[in-house]
Write a protein that binds this ligand. Structure first.
Ligand SMILES: Nc1ncnc2c1ncn2[C@@H]1O[C@H](COP(=O)(O)OP(=O)(O)OP(=O)(O)O)[C@@H](O)[C@H]1O
Ligand SMILES: [Mg+2]
Length: 319
């Protein structure tokens, strides 16, 4: 089995490039190849004009890497963790101390700087890990799921910090499982699933590709095949309906003027005895882009609830 297969993309200098995909999609594998930690079996990689095969150590000098598993030393203080990193990179002591103070402040770890990292909260450990990745001021920063496991408040703080780093000139390649994270941070992104890139572009372009509202119909028991078939049959011909896609919980109807179609959709489904547990209408989101390209939903956890109009559950009509 191949963890990633035939993927191709380029990242522009100065941008935040997102790699969005579910568990096991191949995000970490890709990032490990790009950061020279894992050997690829085929293909070529160039980073800032440097060929990965020919000169991996030159690449290592210009990149920073925040791994998915936080790699701070629990027995050292935050400050000592950063010092260690500076030593690895042969930074001069005075320069290093100055940078360490700056970075501790920027990541909100100033007060905890002289405490053992083992006493830090999950969010603090993630920030310390990021601090160690950027202490060398890399041109290009790889972040593998920088906010997974953080609570919403810490996640938003991390987003702001990543944005600031980018504004200060750092090119960032980041992987995420969160649609909202990719939407907010990435200038351009790829959606990766089962080791393959299924879609790519700016978040706006990806959403615009859908070109319609999405009416999501949740069906009982996640939609029996017969229900799905009857629903497709009656909804297909409805004026404005462009496409009907299956997702794991039911059907997604892509349609112009989605909200105005709701009564008709409900009537038609009732006519053929297809019951809906929930119906919602939304402007296209990256979530819908993912469903459209893979037929599955990614996980639903989001920081802010999606702006959907939800219409209450429908019950079987009394016979
Ligand atoms: N060392 C390994 N040996 C065998 N298979 C592996 C190894 N590392 C990863 N894989 C497999 O390769 C695929 C891609 O894994 P990868 O870790 O790149 O996914 P991911 O997108 O980072 O997922 P997650 O969001 O869970 O971190 C998965 O099917 C995984 O089981
Ligand atoms: Mg991973």
């Amino acid at each position: 089995m191949r963890a990633v297969d035939g993927i191709s993309f380029h990242v522009e200098r100065g941008e935040v490039f997102g790699f969005l995909g579910p568990n096991g999609a191949g995000k970490s594998t890709t990032i490990k190849v790009l950061t020279t930690l894992l050997q690829k079996t085929a293909g070529s990689v160039t980073v800032d004009g440097i060929n990965l095969e020919k000169d991996p150590s030159a690449i290592r000098k210009i990149i920073g890497y925040g791994s998915q598993e936080v790699s701070v030393d629990d027995d050292l203080t935050g400050r000592e963790n950063l010092r260690l990193q500076c030593m690895f990179h042969h930074l001069h002591k005075a320069d290093a101390e100055k940078r360490i103070n700056e970075i501790l402040k920027a990541t909100g770890l100033e007060e905890a700087a002289d405490r053992r990292a083992g006493t830090y909260s999950g969010g603090m450990r993630k920030r310390l890990d990021l601090a160690t990745a950027i202490i060398t001021r890399p041109k290009l920063l790889f972040l593998d799921e920088p906010t997974t496991g953080l609570d919403p408040q810490n996640r938003v703080a991390m987003w702001e910090y990543i944005k600031d780093l980018n504004k200060a000139g750092t090119t960032i390649f980041l992987t995420t499982q969160y649609m909202e994270e990719a939407d907010r941070l990435a200038h351009r992104l790829c959606i990766i699933d089962n080791g393959k890139i299924v879609a790519g572009g700016t978040p706006a372009a990806l959403k615009a590709e859908i070109g319609a509202d999405v009416v999501q119909l949740a069906l009982p028991d996640n939609g029996a095949a017969a229900d799905r078939a009857r629903a497709r049959q009656v909804l297909g011909p409805v004026a404005g309906v462009q496409e009907i896609k299956d997702y794991d919980g039911g059907l997604m109807v892509f349609a112009k003027n989605g909200p105005s179609l709701v009564p008709e959709i409900v009537r038609k489904l009732d006519d053929v005895d297809v019951h809906i547990t929930q119906i919602s209408v939304s402007a296209p989101s990256l979530d819908d882009v993912f469903v459209k390209h893979t037929g599955r939903k990614m996980r639903v956890e989001e920081v802010t609830p999606p702006r959907r109009m939800v219409f209450g559950g429908r019950r079987r009509r009394p016979m």
